[in-house]
Write a protein that binds this ligand. Structure first.
Ligand code: URA
Length: 210
């Protein structure tokens, strides 16, 4: 992908997103919608994967037919909200390898600090899709990309549900080689770093915590 930002404007994505933004939507419905929307976003983020021809036999004849080329993809979830996107994506790409990045924000420096990192081997030979529903300030997203690059990843895409212009800009400056795919580019951030109009705290909405 060359384009730095792709907003998926498919009507089904936009419809589901509106329901997710609505504060009256229950945890159960939010979770189900997230699963559904993640599959549509996964479809978009994998749109231009390379394919190669494989010789197969249909019940009628032999033919050369396309299959996805190369090593299995790596889906890497930024804990904890990334896991909500992961489940649906794995239904669509069941053979993907999976990794996790855990970051918390240091209250004094406000910088992200790593507390967990486990990723598949040979990241350098895989397409790596980092998933986090919210690209807000971009601090943790940029740190997560730093970490997977350090682990060898070369071909990385960032998938989120909502992006703030601040986060997109931050990612573009820090990692111009990492395309961002999202369902919406929202208006901006409030003082606490929440996306507006947004959908609130994605982790709390999907896990029913406060
Ligand atoms: N993380 C969230 O869960 N929501 C936001 O609006 C911003 C960051």
């Amino acid at each position: 992908m060359d384009q730095h930002l792709t907003v998926v404007e498919h009507p089904l994505v936009q419809h589901k997103l509106t329901l997710m933004r609505d504060k009256h939507t229950s945890t159960a419905v939010f979770r189900q919608l997230l699963r559904e929307i993640s599959q549509l976003l996964a479809y978009e983020v994998t749109r231009n994967l390379d394919t190669e021809m494989r010789r197969i036999e249909t019940p009628m004849v032999e033919m050369d037919a396309p299959v996805v080329a190369g090593r299995k993809l790596a889906l890497i979830s930024i804990l904890r909200a990334g896991n909500g996107l992961l489940d649906g994506m794995l239904e669509l790409i069941p053979s993907a390898r999976v990794g996790f990045v855990g970051l918390y924000r240091d209250e004094e420096t406000l910088q992200p600090v790593e507390y967990y990192f486990k990723v598949p081997e040979r990241l350098d030979e895989r397409l790596v899709i980092l998933v986090d529903p919210m690209l807000a300030t971009g601090n943790s997203s940029v740190a997560a990309v730093d970490m997977v690059k350090k682990a060898g990843a070369k071909d990385i895409r960032f998938l989120c549900l909502l992006a703030a212009p601040e986060g997109v800009q931050r990612m573009k400056e820090a990692h111009p080689d990492v395309p961002v795919v999202t369902a919406s580019l929202d208006d901006g951030l409030n003082e606490q770093g929440y996306i507006l109009p947004g959908l609130g705290d994605a982790g709390d909405r999907m896990f029913g915590t406060k």
